[in-house]
Write a protein that binds this ligand. Structure first.
Ligand code: CDP
Length: 227
């Protein structure tokens, strides 16, 4: 059967990665978390920073020293930065707080978009992010855009963080979600927006299974045209 590209974009903590992983698993496709790449570049900047202030110009000049790779272990995607496993290190509060600032930098976006496009060259991928359906793969056969209220998203992220041992107050999580939304929506280079041909789903009152059912149904319709 012909393979396609599935793009899942949307706001922070709408469950994009959960859905992308489930879809990839169901279809035998590769899941690629583009946010992990922005997070890895941010971590690289933080590792070289003084007092956690990232030298943005220096970071842009050092992009050629950044090598990001993914490895797939069972169903877990591991992220490697210059050979070091940073799967957990890219999910810290420090990275959460800086990543959207780093993601506003046009050279960083160009650098990562090229790599994302290479990863999708042979199709058969599900990629989640902010600009996958608009910039990275404008011709993706299937595009989704997930939205939900900031409070619901913050509750979700708060619970996820506690489960993985990251302790941050609910109010701070909500603040971070809102701040990142604002930075992602208002940045000059390719701001977060729904692709015209993306299917928008408000996941606020839906379970993971309900959202998955909607996505899978749409994907199956497209795949049936291509047979
Ligand atoms: O999982 P969560 O929604 O918290 O975010 P993520 O997918 O890990 O992405 C972290 C940040 O990277 C986002 O808030 C964006 O600022 C940036 N990003 C982006 O600009 N473009 C992408 N394709 C993916 C992430």
């Amino acid at each position: 059967m012909k393979k396609i590209i599935i793009a899942i974009d949307g706001y922070a903590a709408t469950g994009k990665s959960t859905q992308a992983k489930k879809l990839a698993h169901a279809l035998g496709y590769t899941y690629i978390d583009s946010g992990a790449m922005y997070r890895a570049v941010t971590l690289f900047g933080l590792q070289r920073s003084k007092d956690k202030v990232i030298d943005l110009d220096g970071l842009v000049r050092s992009l050629n020293k950044i090598d990001i790779r993914f490895k797939y272990n069972e169903e877990i995607q591991q992220t490697f930065l210059n050979g070091q496993d940073v799967t957990t290190a890219i999910r810290t509060v420090e990275v959460n707080n800086k990543v959207s600032q780093v993601a506003t930098l046009a050279p960083v976006r160009t650098f990562l978009v090229k790599q994302q496009q290479r990863l999708g060259m042979n199709k058969g991928i599900v990629m989640d992010g902010r600009d996958i359906g608009t910039v990275v793969f404008p011709n993706a056969e299937c595009k989704f855009f997930l939205i939900a209220s900031p409070k619901i998203r913050a509750q979700r992220r708060y619970k996820e963080q506690i489960e993985s041992g990251i302790y941050e107050s609910y109010d701070d999580v909500l603040e971070n979600v809102k701040k990142r939304d604002h930075q992602d929506r208002t940045r000059k280079t390719t701001p977060l927006k729904k692709a015209e041909d993306a299917i928008e789903i408000d996941v606020s009152n839906l379970t993971i299974e309900e959202v998955f059912h909607q996505l899978k149904t749409e994907v199956d319709i497209r795949l049936s045209y291509l047979k």
